[in-house]
Design a protein around this ligand. Structure first.
Ligand code: AP5
Ligand code: ZN
Length: 215
């Protein structure tokens, strides 16, 4: 199963991508998670990415494309993968299409999770991420058993630097300008699937499973 998750920041791409990856038993590849891991580990890539991420801007295409094209050719991706947060610009989508053509592969679905901007702000301000394992929660919609403590690994939860309201507004503007055009790109490729992301997490997941034929 080869799937691209599309949607605004906070639409629920990561939440759904993890669940789909689990049921399909394929890797979940999140470029945001890759950059955050690099920042945490103090790498050169992390330092470069942080400059853009903290402002709510996209990291330049040249830092992202090769990384993903390499990743999807690793042996654990033979049965497929779920791309979360990539592609995010038309040049990234073209780079992916070219790379897949070169290795004789085809993307199966681009799933667009639709959520209006006003819901997004509410979701981001309530999101909490684990400093240990990166699991994400929401103070209202997906709370932990013990407040402020990760259910998975017991580490502390934080508000992501780029989830502050002024940065979220920038990320939404960048999304509308640079990423939304991908909806038409994948419509033209004939693989676009739209799901209503305002429903609760389990309902959104059930809708996705229905359209991709997974139970
Ligand atoms: P990235 O980490 O990809 O951020 P994003 O796209 O902005 O997406 P988010 O992780 O914020 O949200 P999500 O859609 O995954 O939502 P989630 O499931 O967490 O990228 C971060 C930055 O890295 C970018 O800004 C950019 O700088 C850089 N970057 C990454 N990839 C790049 C690329 N390809 N090119 C250039 N730069 C790149 O859900 C959000 C919250 O809502 C959670 O709290 C969740 O619990 C809750 N929630 C989820 N679903 C529901 C629901 N149905 N109902 C209620 N609450 C829900
Ligand atoms: Zn954790």
């Amino acid at each position: 199963m080869k799937i691209i998750m599309l949607g605004a920041p906070g639409a629920g791409k990561g939440t759904q991508a993890k669940k789909i990856a689990e049921v399909c038993n394929v890797p979940h590849i999140s470029t945001g998670d890759i950059f955050r891991a690099n920042i945490k580990n103090g790498t050169e890539l992390g330092a470069k990415a942080k400059e853009y991420m903290d402002k709510g801007l996209l990291v330049p295409d040249e830092l992202v494309c090769d990384l993903v094209v390499d990743r999807i050719q690793q042996s654990d991706c033979e049965q497929g993968y779920i791309l979360d947060g990539f592609p995010r610009t038309i040049p990234q989508a073209q780079a992916l299409t070219n790379a897949l053509n070169a290795i004789g592969q085809k993307m199966e679905y681009a799933i667009n999770i639709e959520v209006p901007d006003e819901n997004i702000i509410r979701r981001m301000s309530g999101r909490r991420a684990c400093v240990g394992c990166g699991a994400t929660y929401h103070v209202v919609y997906n709370p932990t058993k013990v407040e402020g403590v990760c259910d998975v690994c017991g580490e502390a939860l934080i508000l992501r630097d780029d989830d502050k309201p002024e940065t979220v507004k920038n990320r939404l503007n960048v999304y509308h300008e640079q990423t939304q055009p991908l909806i038409d790109y994948y419509k033209n490729e004939g693989i676009l699937v739209e799901v209503d992301g305002t429903k609760n997490m389990d309902e959104v997941f059930a809708d996705i499973c229905k359209v991709i034929g997974v139970h």
